[in-house]
Design a protein around this ligand. Sequence first.
Ligand code: CMC
Length: 436
Amino acid sequence: MWQLRLSHMSDTLTITDNRTGKIYELPIEQGTIKAMDLRQIRASADDFGLMTYDPAFQNTAACRSAITFIDGDKGILLYRGYAIDDLAERSTFLETAYLILFGELPTAPQLEAWIREITLHTMLHENVKKFMEGFQYDAHPMGILLSTVGCLSTIYPDARRISQEDGRRLQIRRLIAKVPTVAAWAYRHSIGRPYVYPDNDLSFTGNFLNMLFKMTELKYRPHPVLERALDVLFILHADHEQNCSTSAMRAIGSSQADPYSALAGAAAALAGPLHGGANEAVLRMLKEIGTVQRVPEFIRRVKGGDGRLMGFGHRVYKSYDPRARIIKQTADQVFAVTGRNPLLDIALELERIALEDDYFISRKLYPNVDFYSGLIYQAMGFPVDMFAVLFAIPRTAGWLAQWDEMLRDADQKIARPRQVYTGAGRREYIGIDARK
Ligand code: CMC
């Protein structure tokens, strides 16, 4: 067995291998050692070398990134150095998307050109519409979204030119512009209404609301408070560094697949209830609880290991998620227009009890971004099936920024984790007649 003695110096890690007596000095850079540096630690020439075992990548940095900074203990979230609170208050989603993708806030002419470029790409090829019409009448919009985004790779074969920057930028513009159209049509499909074509006179979120909710009126006019609220929610969801779906985007992109295929995979990762499907799960949980009086009983069940308090807890935030705080303010503005969501009282009571309860305090479980977002979406008229789709629209900007950064990173290669094999050793094949 390995017997290692570790000594932690200022910028190196000294490892003494007691089996061989060898001493290894591993450089520490930016708070990390290179996992590949461990490979030199071998007991013999035919030894594979030391590896780390890190299921779910809880303590492994898989890349260097200059996009999003999170301090989970202090509840800080920065995009390219700008605080999420400032962006939510003063920026727009498209401006924030530009910042995330290109590293700097745009000048006025740059922003104007960027908005024009995105707006030019909102239409979908009619064949995409035919493709979408083929889905089952009650198909889940998230399933439609991720399949249709994958289908877009067949419409844009030039997307495989991932090594050329102009080609990547074109696909980035297309995806940011077209994902809302696919998302809106997925919703219209799931409720059996005709698809609405984009209205390029409207803002990014105004047009999205138009494609979702336009009926027989000649011109759809979004409510300015709801249009802005959705824009703020989109800013909050635009990126969140190396989460499950972003890691999927990077892993698929690392095989040099086209960005539509990679983004379909990222959307699939987002769909699960522990990630982007959490706000849908929160709403279902609040409905199941039903009344404020039943909250203590529900908390007791969760503490007893029967289910989770959805919308609580985070792998990185070990204090209040800063996005949840902003969302709570946005909720007040939305409810002033739409009327108060009756489930809000149950959510507030859950939060009150959980924040005073030792089970949640000792595990550092606080409300995350999804705890209140579903209540807002529901008040705005979105069915719960659409919640993860609403997450995917702004996250498209983050996924693409991370994908582009990964392709430009000389350290990156095809993603390929190792394993610790625990199965049978080599054994002889037994003919079926001889098996017991
Ligand atoms: N309710 C009750 N207990 C919880 C919860 C919860 N929501 N989250 C974690 N715990 C407990 C868990 O049972 C464990 O307890 P113990 O140590 O006694 O076994 C402890 O807290 C640590 O949990 P974990 O599962 O090891 O933590 P993780 O970092 O692997 O999981 C999480 C993070 C977000 C998946 C988890 O907190 C969770 O399932 N939350 C509910 C789902 C949710 O709201 N997801 C949205 C995340 S934010 C949006 C996004 O980025 O997608």
